[in-house]
Design a protein around this ligand. Structure first.
Ligand code: UD2
Length: 317
């Protein structure tokens, strides 16, 4: 039995983690419900949900000063690269300022913490063409989102080197799975696609806009494997002070991904082609050797993961 703070705990990754750990642990969730949803949560009795923003210093100070945590997972973020290009000031508050504030409060109040895990992103690598991306590859952040994630990640790791706080960071590649919210134009592409297929199956007129020619590729990692990674990173002592890629080590082009789902559902999704998004990365794939050293074994290839996602939405059996 331990005590967990999960920021962004009603969001996609946060809620899946919270549902998992709350079976046997005490969990406090902070989420402003900007993208997260209470329906994502199926929590044990020892879980406390606090509606609020991680940019609210008074709230964070209260929570950190009144509780002694074993684990802090800072998963609250504006997770969209494109949104950060549109609203750099607002996204900076959430994606960077909140992290520094949380680190300071942790330094002040959380003397017995076992681990703080920060969610960084593969976006930090930018468009430097060498693939696959290793943790020590060239960093070339191209967007406010990527700059904030990289700066925050470095602060997080330096709080270990400077003050001895047990921190780790994960660089998420493209995470997908059931609790992902497809409602924003900035949502993850697989959640948008599955939403469109669902509407198509129920007879609605739908279209999906593909930004660019669809040859861009991503390392899509299924949520269950991400939870496995987060728990390994949080519990292995050798992970302290270090960042880890979280992906599968394989990538797929969007065109091919859409073909795969078309085939699975025996449908043809109508596609509009739009301009490539500013700041969009062409190809992205993780080298996951460092995470594998912690005994990480991704269980879901893209085909298996998408199938599980489709089943969870009742789109296939
Ligand atoms: C994802 C994550 C980001 C970060 C990064 C790491 C989301 C929302 N973003 O950014 O947080 O961790 O991965 O690599 O999960 N696209 C379309 N049509 C749409 C939506 C997207 O064509 O309606 C394209 C988009 O232009 C891009 C690709 O799909 O080429 C993936 O886009 P995304 O927003 O799902 O994810 P990405 O890689 O920008």
């Amino acid at each position: 039995m331990g005590k967990y703070l999960i920021t962004g705990g009603a969001g996609f990754i946060g809620s899946t983690l919270a549902n998992y750990v709350s079976k046997q642990n005490e969990v406090i969730i902070i989420d402003d419900l900007s993208m997260g949803k209470l329906e994502n949560l199926s929590l044990g009795e020892t879980t406390v949900f606090i509606e609020g923003s991680v940019t609210d210093q008074t709230l964070l100070e209260k929570v950190l000063s009144e509780n002694e945590f074993d684990y802090i997972f800072h998963l609250a973020a504006v997770a969209s690269v494109a949104d950060s290009v549109k609203r750099p000031l607002e996204t900076h508050e959430v994606n960077f300022e909140s992290v520094l504030m949380l680190l300071e409060l942790t330094r002040k109040y959380q003397g017995n913490l076992k681990r703080l895990v920060f969610s960084s992103s593969a976006a930090v690598y930018g468009d430097e063409p060498t693939l696959p991306k290793k943790e020590e590859s060239v960093i070339r952040p191209l967007t406010p989102y990527a700059v904030d994630k990289f700066a925050a990640e470095q602060y997080v790791l330096n709080y270990n080197h400077l003050y001895g706080i047990p921190t780790s960071a994960v660089r998420f590649f493209n995470v997908y799975g059931p609790n992902q919210n497809p409602e924003s134009p900035y949502s993850g592409v697989i959640s948008i696609l599955i939403d469109r297929y669902k509407k198509l199956l129920s007879g609605e007129n739908v279209n999906f806009t593909l930004f660019g020619d669809g040859s861009q590729s991503r390392d899509f990692v299924f949520i269950d494997d991400v939870i496995q990674a987060l728990l390994l990173v949080a519990n292995e002592v050798s992970a302290i002070g270090t960042q880890f890629n979280v992906g599968t080590g394989k990538s797929i082009a969007l065109n091919k991904l859409i073909n795969t789902i078309d085939k699975e559902l025996d449908l043809k999704l109508p596609i509009d082609y739009g301009n490539e998004r500013i700041g969009d990365i062409k190809d992205s794939v993780a080298d996951i050797s460092r995470l594998k050293e912690l005994n990480y074994k991704p269980q879901n290839g893209i085909q298996d993961g998408v199938k599980k996602y489709l089943i969870s939405k009742g789109l296939c059996t």
